[in-house]
Design a protein around this ligand. Sequence first.
Ligand SMILES: N#Cc1ccccc1-c1cc(NCCCN2CCCCC2)c2ccccc2n1
Length: 158
Amino acid sequence: MAGSNKKSVLFVCLGNICRSPIAEAVFKKMATDAGVVHEWIIDSAATSTYELGNPPDYRGQACMEKHNVPMRHIARQVTKNDFTSFEYILCMDDSNLRDLKSKASAVKNSSAKIELLGLYDPQNQRIIEDPYYGSASDFEKVYEQCVRCCSAFLEKNS
Ligand SMILES: N#Cc1ccccc1-c1cc(NCCCN2CCCCC2)c2ccccc2n1
């Protein structure tokens, strides 16, 4: 919002029903538990139109319930405005990165820092793989990577 002095982060993946809603929910819980969620604007979006209007994948919902992480989101596509209103746009794989940089190049004054979320992983796993054709354990791996990366990203920005 205009004149907001909040920090802001948009998590992005291909469909915005698997990886990026998990990252958004994990980060939101961490910031809440740290007592700083009021300092942040936190959201997630898709590079594609595949799942617009849909809730998170049921496998991701099951994973988040298991870990007691609240997750409520409806898939949306990244907009031109996102590239000027978010300070950080953090994505999951090189395909997302390419798509986002291409979209940003069509925006006059894009100011967002567009990075792989995996850049913050202490275990240096740079890519968070698409679990769409995977299993519960693939969603668990996405969750564990998001926990490591979001923790480090919050720490860096606190
Ligand atoms: N595409 C790809 C792809 C490639 C490798 C691994 C996963 C995926 C994959 C496929 C999905 N939906 C099936 C195809 C959708 N249709 C593709 C053609 C246009 C009309 C829509 C996903 C949906 C939500 C989140 C992640 C997804 N990821």
